[in-house]
Design a protein. Structure first.
Length: 477
């Protein structure tokens, strides 16, 4: 497979090249040259487990990877999940795709358990003798999942920048783990600051030369890497066919997915599934109070010039949503237009898009509504949702007011990661956060997930010193 940059100024000749580069060299994002349809017969589905489905989907796009190695990488990645990798639950009004049973209890485990293995394959195939310096910005869940995925993987060094304020204590503990190639760095700033700083470093020639001279090359574990996006397509197919098998959905019946959205990676994978032929009617994004995407879907104006809020759904606290660029490229198939939009964004913090929006809807779920939704879903369905998932349950209800399609909510994190917020929402008393965590773990019947974490000191750095600290990290080992 070849990949083109959304901004028209770069391409990658193979999957492994795109994986190793992460961001395209013109600042755009790689998109596959074409998207092949996937076909299934109902009979095929009977025997597919999650890894089988993932292999079918991923190899359709990553068609130039070694089949045996890819199959083994996928098996290994999902072996770290429980037997039921992706349960699909039925509530009164919607289905829920539980994406949170991986090692760090958030959907990002689906891609970040596999990405290190994909990078290892790519390093080998490209004959790359340098170490991959994996730079990652996080609002919480990417960092913990990336550190978990890359920890002790040979020929990789993982650097994670996370905002010191605004992440949950469980997320923090999951990042502060030991590993000789692991560098969690807390910055005095928010997620967008971290993401913009890294995007700048990716394209900074002096920085790339410097790390090159020391035996490293720079890549990314953020959802700008095509290796993050493609594994996520599989869970849409798997969920759809689970519903078909359970008799909840008839074969080829169009259904709608509702996704708590930040960087647009989860939702974009749904759009890819649709382009590959999965009968998806609409894609609905849920925003929190940082509702730049809902405004965009409704007006075509992407306006990042607005206050940044820290919310109870921190993984959606974002004003610059990277993967929207891929979506707009797929809509317009016009790299010149995308380049000009993103020049506007760089220059003015804003752009105006007048093209097709596709079957995309958006709703904002404010803070009070998020807490209220956690409470009502628990009361109505005896089902606990985390604050991110709550925004999507809320949006799904709004969507259903005007549409009759069945909905699936992507449940992106386990409530155990946000226990104090859950307690507050339920209006229950607890003495402290540790007690809240204990109780929510009991409610979720999930006590094992904090087996490791919190065993190194937090290191806090100023925004201005990010480059300097990263350069120092590669000398530490
Ligand atoms: C990362 C994350 C999101 C946002 O996903 P995007 O792919 O960035 O849109 C939503 N919920 C949770 C729990 C997350 O970790």
């Amino acid at each position: 497979m070849r990949y083109f940059s959304t901004r028209g100024g770069d391409q990658a000749a193979s999957t492994t090249e795109a994986l190793l580069r992460g961001l395209a060299r013109d600042g755009g994002l790689y998109v596959p040259e074409f998207i092949r349809p996937m076909t299934f017969l109902v009979d095929d589905l009977e025997h597919l487990n999650y890894a089988d489905m993932a292999y079918k989907v991923i190899s359709t796009i990553f068609d130039d990877l070694d089949e045996g190695e890819l199959r083994a990488a996928i098996n290994d990645a999902y072996a770290a999940f429980p037997g039921d990798v992706l349960p699909v639950k039925k509530l009164k009004d919607t289905y829920v795709m539980e994406q949170f049973h991986g090692p760090t209890r958030a959907f990002k485990d689906f891609a970040l358990s596999l990405l290190p293995r994909l990078l290892a394959m790519a390093l080998k195939e490209q004959g790359e003798s340098k170490t991959a310096l994996v730079l990652t910005a996080t609002s919480g869940d990417t960092g913990s999942a990336a550190i978990h995925g890359f920890k002790n993987v040979p020929n990789t060094e993982i650097i994670v920048l996370y905002p010191k304020e605004g992440i949950s204590e469980v997320q923090r503990a999951q990042m502060l783990i030991k590993g000789n190639n692991v560098h969690p760095l807390a910055i005095e700033g928010n997620f967008d600051d971290a993401q913009q700083a890294l995007k700048h470093l990716f394209n900074d020639r002096d920085f790339n030369n410097y790390v090159g001279q020391h035996g490293y090359f720079v890549t990314s574990a953020n959802s700008i890497n095509i290796g993050r996006l493609v594994p996520q397509i599989a869970y849409y197919f798997y969920t759809y066919y689970t519903l078909v098998k359970q008799g909840e959905v008839t074969f080829n019946e169009p259904i709608t997915f509702v996704v708590p959205t930040g960087n647009f990676g989860n939702l974009l994978a749904g759009h890819f599934a649709k382009l590959m032929g999965l009968p998806i009617q609409d894609l609905v994004l849920a925003s929190n109070k940082n509702n730049v995407l809902t405004d965009f879907v409704r007006t075509g104006v992407y306006d990042g010039n607005r206050p940044f809020y820290t919310t109870v759904s921190p993984s959606m606290d974002i004003l610059i949503s990277s993967n929207l660029e891929r979506y707009l490229y797929l809509m317009t198939e016009n790299a010149d237009e995308i380049k000009s939009l993103y020049q506007d964004l760089t220059n003015t913090g804003c752009f105006e898009y007048s093209g097709e929006m596709g079957n995309l809807y958006g709703w904002t779920c404010y803070e009070a509504d998020t807490l209220e939704q956690i409470k009502t879903t628990y009361a109505n369905d005896q089902y606990l949702v985390d604050p991110h998932t709550a925004t999507a349950v809320f949006a799904a209800a709004k969507y259903r007011e005007a549409h009759n399609y069945k909905t699936v909510v992507n449940a992106t994190a386990s409530p155990v990661k946000f226990a104090p917020t859950i307690f507050k929402a339920l209006g229950k008393h607890c003495d402290n956060d540790a007690q809240a965590l204990d109780k929510v773990m009991a409610m979720m019947n999930d006590r094992r997930f904090l087996d490791e974490g919190g065993d190194v000191e937090e290191r806090v750095i100023a925004k201005a010193s990010i480059q300097e600290v990263i350069e120092a990290c590669i000398h530490e080992d």
